[in-house]
Write a protein that binds this ligand. Structure first.
Ligand code: HEC
Length: 159
């Protein structure tokens, strides 16, 4: 039943149908080894400790992600392989400044149209030692779905 619904959704979205058994277990993306050399898109502090993305964020985009992000037309979809990493640090407030303290985790998303259940993106999270953290990709996607006009990407490129 679930598979039928997913295939129907893929057809409706004009996506290619891939091996159906892959839907449930679309692999979590690895933490890209070189992401610190990617382009910093922007930084942001989510100061509410109850927010799922609490922390001092440094957002990185690889080249395909950057291209879509910077296009004036704000292309509604990113190409497969477009990727973002957010390094999330403990926000440290001192003497009127907020700076990144200890790393909390890195979160990753990689565009992959086969991941239809999560909007065509694969999600993952890693602890500061680089070990995978168990996540519910559906919960990641549920919040990100709010940015539906930008292929569920919240980040903007700031000049
Ligand atoms: C409660 C809402 C919420 C949830 C849940 C959430 N995110 Fe996000 N996410 C955001 C917001 C808001 C931003 C923009 C942050 C910024 O610009 O610093 C963001 C940004 C990102 C980005 C950078 C690209 C983009 O989409 O802007 C990645 C990668 C990311 N999140 C991964 C994840 C992963 C992985 C999970 C699940 C473990 C997750 N997110 C869960 C709200 C959420």
């Amino acid at each position: 039943m679930m598979k039928i619904a997913l295939v129907a959704a893929a057809v409706a979205a004009g996506l290619p149908i891939v091996v159906t058994t892959a839907f449930a277990g679309v692999n979590a993306p690895a933490l890209p080894a070189d992401f610190r050399s990617w382009t910093v898109v922007r930084s942001q502090v989510v100061s509410d400790p109850d927010h799922a993305m609490y922390g001092f964020h440094q957002v990185y985009a690889n080249k395909p992600a950057l291209r879509a992000l910077r296009s004036r037309t704000r292309s509604a979809t990113f190409s497969d392989g477009a990727a973002f990493v957010v390094s999330i640090y403990e926000p440290v407030q001192s003497a009127g400044t907020t700076t990144p303290g200890a790393k909390r985790r890195d979160v990753v998303r990689v565009k992959d149209r086969r991941a239809v259940a999560t909007g065509g993106w694969r999600f993952a999270a890693y602890d500061p030692a680089g070990k995978p953290i168990a996540i519910d990709a559906a919960a990641c996607y549920a919040c990100h779905a709010g940015a539906k006009d930008t292929d569920t990407v919240f980040s903007r490129f700031i000049d």
